[in-house]
Design a binder for this molecule. Structure first.
Ligand SMILES: [Zn+2]
Length: 202
């Protein structure tokens, strides 16, 4: 049987249920494979399985300068730099880039760390927790419409394709204070995914 392009996209989401509702949402996602920004593999000796996923945590990159690049090559370079910051033995020294997915300014969704593996994005809360980073510093810039539309589509897809998931932002889950994901994205998250943890954006 020939599989449709949408069904092939399921490779980005191990364990996802291929229900009709999930596939309809998945079809709207513009996905970019990990190979588009890196050929560097995770250090497998330092990586754990994620297990059954229970949480999603939304972050921003939060660098001091606003992130304004839209094009694919600049975005790929930016993600490769973040991977180096996270995995360099002289830096964070993690097994790989910390997050599982990134949402860029054009609404493309990049595969970062393979979802089969536990991430490194909320200290003491990485078990069963999917990390999504939205590119920008939302304390000093507003996310473009395409970016939050894609974030909502990704969150709605995951809430549909996996059971018993809760959506948080980094500051809602962290043990200590953090401004992540920035005041503007936090406000958007409160409006669209606030209140009931599984509320759907519509
Ligand atoms: Zn964060």
């Amino acid at each position: 049987m020939v599989r449709s392009g949408t069904e092939l996209k399921l490779i980005f989401f191990p364990g996802a249920k291929a229900t009709v509702a999930a596939l309809v949402l998945l079809e709207t996602l513009e996905l970019v494979p990990r190979a588009a920004f890196t050929a560097v593999l995770p250090r497998m000796e330092d990586i754990k399985p994620i297990g059954e996923i229970r949480e999603i945590t939304v972050h921003h990159t939060g660098f001091p300068e606003a992130w304004l690049a839209d094009d694919l090559a600049a975005t790929a370079n930016h993600l490769a730099e973040i991977q180096t910051l996270h995995s360099d033995p002289a830096g964070r020294n993690w097994a790989d880039i910390g997050y599982h997915y990134a949402v860029d300014r054009m609404g493309r969704i990049w595969q970062l760390r393979d979802l089969r593996f536990q991430g490194a994005h909320v200290k003491n809360h990485n078990r069963q927790n999917v990390g999504i980073v939205v590119l920008g510093n939302f304390d000093i810039q507003q996310p473009p419409g395409a970016q939050v539309t894609a974030l909502a589509a990704l969150l709605n897809f995951m809430l549909t394709a996996y059971d018993n998931l809760k959506v948080h932002t980094h500051q809602q889950l962290a043990d200590g204070p953090t401004s992540c994901p920035g005041t503007h994205l936090q406000t958007w998250m409160d409006m669209t995914f606030g209140g009931a943890a599984r509320k759907r954006f519509s």
